[in-house]
Design a protein around this ligand. Structure first.
Ligand code: FAD
Length: 481
C-alpha cells in the first residue's frame, strides 16, 4: 500500500468532504478515478502537464459552479478551473485536488442588431465563431478553434483581428463570475469597475467567469496569402518585416513562423525538412488595396509556393487546428521586442539548424494597431508598447525527447533575452516561470494585488499566473508569522 504524507492525507479528507457535500445537490457530473469518463475527462491539451485530480466536477450551470467553489473552499481543497484545458503551463488541472470543469457550459447567443454576444465560461473559440458567423459577425480571438475562450480572453487574447479590433479582452463589455465565497458578481465599466479592469488581462485570479458579454464586428471572409521562404533568404525577410510593419495599415496582419518545412503533400519535395520562414499575410479590407500590399510583401523576399485566396472566416479560424493537436508534448517561452535587432534575427535563424523536432516553431507576430491605442492604465493586460511578440513553441511526441526539446527552447530564449523588452504575455508562459508573473504586469501589479485581496483574500484561485493577495493579519496569525 502507498503511504500518504500529511499533506496528501489532508487533501484526501478535504476531497471526501467536498464529494459528500456535492453528492445529491450537484446537477452535473462528479468524476473520480476509476469512473468510466474519468480518463477522458482528466486529459488536458499539453501532455507535459498531465495530472491526476481526485475529483472532477463537470458543472451543468452557474449554480453548480457556486456549489463546487463553496464546497472546495470550505474543505480547503486545491482547485483548478478548466475551460478549454489549453493552458500551456497546465494550470487547469492538479494532482489530488478538484477540477471545476466548465466543458458543459458552452452556450453562446448573439444579438445581431446590437452586434453583441453572450457566451458561457466553458466556450471554445470554435463554438463562439459558429454562433457569430451565422450573422456575419466576429469576436476577435485566437487562431486555433479548439482553444478555450475563458483562459484566452482573461489573459488578453491575440489573433488575426488584433490590429484592426484590439485584443479579445478589449472587446469585452461585462463579465459575470463566481467569486471565492461562492457569490455571483458582475463587472463592467459602471459596476465593480476595478474588477472589470483586472479581468481584462489579469487571468483566472479573481473567480470563475461564467459569462462574457462582448462586442462583435462584421466580417465573413478575408484575403489570405501564404508563402515559404528558404534558408538563405530568411534573415533578409525578417529585416524587411521588422522595418515594414510599424508603417503597415491596421488591416494587414503578417505573421512569420520559423521552422522546418513539414513533410506534407502541398510542400514541394525539395523543400520538405529544410529551414523555412512560413509567411501568412491577412488583408482585412478593400481587396484591391490589399492586392498592392500583398504584392509588396511577397516582392520583399523570394518565397516558394505562394498561394493567395479568399477564405471564409470559419476556414481561417480552423486552418491551424491540426498543427497543435491535443495530447502532444509542448513547452514554451515568450517575450516582446521593441524592435528586432540583427543579432536576434541571426540567433533565431541559426537555432533552426539544431531544432530537435520538426513540429517546433518560432512564432513571430507584430501587434500595434488598435491593440496599441488602448492606454496602459485602461486594462490589466501587460505592456502594449513593445509590438514584436515572439513565442518559442516546442512541439514533440515522445517523453524521452523532453530534455532535448526543453533545453533547445531555454538556450534560444537565454540568447534572445538581453535584447527583449521587459514583459511577457501571461498566456504564452510555461509552468516553470512563476518568477516572471510580476514582470508581466509591472506597474499594474499593486493594483492587481488590491483587487485580488478584495475578491480572493485567501488565494483560493491560485492555479494560474498567480497574483497573491496581501497577507491579512488573521492569516498571518493562523500561520504563526
Ligand atoms: C493550440 C493553442 C493555440 C493558442 N492560440 C492562441 C492565440 O491565437 N492567441 C492567444 O492569445 N493565445 C493563444 N493560446 C494561448 C491561450 O490563450 C492559453 O493557453 C489560454 O490559457 C487557453 O485558455 P483555456 O480556457 O483553454 O485554458 P484552460 O487551460 O482551461 O485555463 C487556463 C487558465 O485560465 C483559467 N480559467 C479557465 N477558465 C476560466 C474561467 N471560466 N474563469 C476563470 N478562470 C478560468 C484556468 O484556471 C487557468 O488558470 C493558444 C494556446 C494553445 C494551446
Amino acid at each position: 500500500m502507498v503511504e500518504l504524507n500529511p499533506q496528501q492525507i489532508f487533501m484526501k479528507t478535504g476531497i471526501e468532504e467536498t464529494f459528500s457535500s456535492l453528492t445529491g445537490r450537484f446537477r452535473g457530473d462528479l468524476l473520480r478515478p476509476g469512473d468510466e469518463d474519468y480518463a477522458q475527462a482528466r486529459g488536458i491539451w499539453n501532455a507535459m502537464a498531465a495530472r491526476r485530480p481526485a475529483l472532477i466536477a463537470r458543472c451543468a450551470g452557474v449554480e453548480d459552479v457556486q456549489r463546487a467553489v463553496r464546497a472546495a473552499s470550505a474543505a480547503d481543497v486545491l482547485t483548478a478551473v478548466r475551460c478549454g484545458g489549453h493552458s500551456l503551463a497546465g494550470f487547469s488541472t492538479c494532482d489530488g485536488g478538484l477540477v471545476i470543469d466548465l466543458s458543459r457550459m458552452r452556450q453562446a447567443s448573439v444579438d445581431p442588431q446590437a452586434r453583441k454576444a453572450h457566451f458561457a465560461g466553458g466556450s471554445l473559440l470554435g463554438s463562439i465563431d459558429a454562433a457569430t458567423q451565422q450573422h456575419g459577425l466576429v469576436f476577435p480571438s485566437g487562431v486555433v478553434s479548439h482553444t478555450g475562450a475563458s483562459g484566452l480572453v482573461l489573459g488578453g487574447g491575440f489573433g488575426w483581428l488584433t490590429r484592426l479590433h484590439g485584443l479579445s479582452c478589449d472587446n469585452v463589455e461585462a463579465f459575470t463570475l463566481v467569486t471565492a465565497d461562492g457569490s455571483i458578481v458582475h463587472a463592467g465599466a459602471r459596476e465593480n469597475a476595478d474588477l472589470f479592469w483586472a479581468l481584462r488581462g489579469g487571468g483566472g485570479n479573481f473567480g470563475v467567469v461564467t459569462g462574457f458579454e462582448v462586442k462583435l464586428h462584421p466580417l465573413r471572409s478575408v484575403v489570405l496569402a501564404e508563402g515559404l521562404c528558404l534558408e538563405d533568404d530568411i534573415s533578409g525577410l525578417l529585416r524587411h518585416w521588422r522595418d515594414f510593419m510599424p508603417e503597415a495599415p491596421d488591416q494587414l496582419k503578417w505573421n512569420l513562423n520559423l521552422r522546418l518545412a513539414p513533410n506534407a503533400e502541398n510542400i514541394p519535395a525539395h523543400v520538405r525538412g529544410r529551414a523555412v520562414a512560413s509567411e501568412s499575410a491577412l488583408w482585412l479590407g478593400d481587396p484591391e488595396e490589399g492586392e498592392r500590399y500583398l504584392n509588396h510583401i511577397f516582392s520583399l523576399s523570394k518565397p516558394v509556393v505562394v498561394t493567395r485566396k479568399i477564405v471564409s472566416y470559419l476556414a481561417l479560424q480552423t486552418m491551424a487546428d491540426n498543427e497543435f493537436p491535443h495530447g502532444r508534448r509542448y513547452y514554451t517561452k515568450s517575450g516582446y521586442f521593441k524592435s528586432l535587432d540583427d543579432t536576434s534575427i541571426e540567433q533565431m535563424v541559426q537555432a533552426l539548424a539544431t531544432v530537435p523536432s520538426p513540429a517546433t516553431q518560432i512564432e513571430l507576430a507584430y501587434l500595434g494597431g488598435a491593440a496599441a491605442r488602448i492606454a496602459p492604465h485602461e486594462t490589466a493586460f501587460g505592456d502594449r508598447s513593445s509590438p514584436f511578440v515572439i513565442n518559442l513553441l516546442a512541439n514533440w511526441s515522445d517523453a524521452s525527447d523532453d530534455a532535448a526539446n526543453v533545453a533547445w527552447i531555454r538556450n534560444l530564449f537565454n540568447q534572445l533575452r538581453p535584447s527583449m523588452a521587459p514583459g511577457v504575455y501571461v498566456n504564452f508562459m510555461s509552468g516553470d516561470e512563476d518568477d516572471r508573473v510580476p514582470e508581466a504586469y509591472r506597474e499594474r501589479w499593486d493594483r492587481l494585488v488590491e483587487v485580488k485581496s478584495r475578491y480572493d483574500p485567501h488565494n483560493f484561485f491560485r492555479l494560474n499566473q498567480n497574483v497573491p493577495p496581501k497577507k491579512s493579519s488573521t492569516m498571518e496569525k493562523e500561520h504563526g508569522e
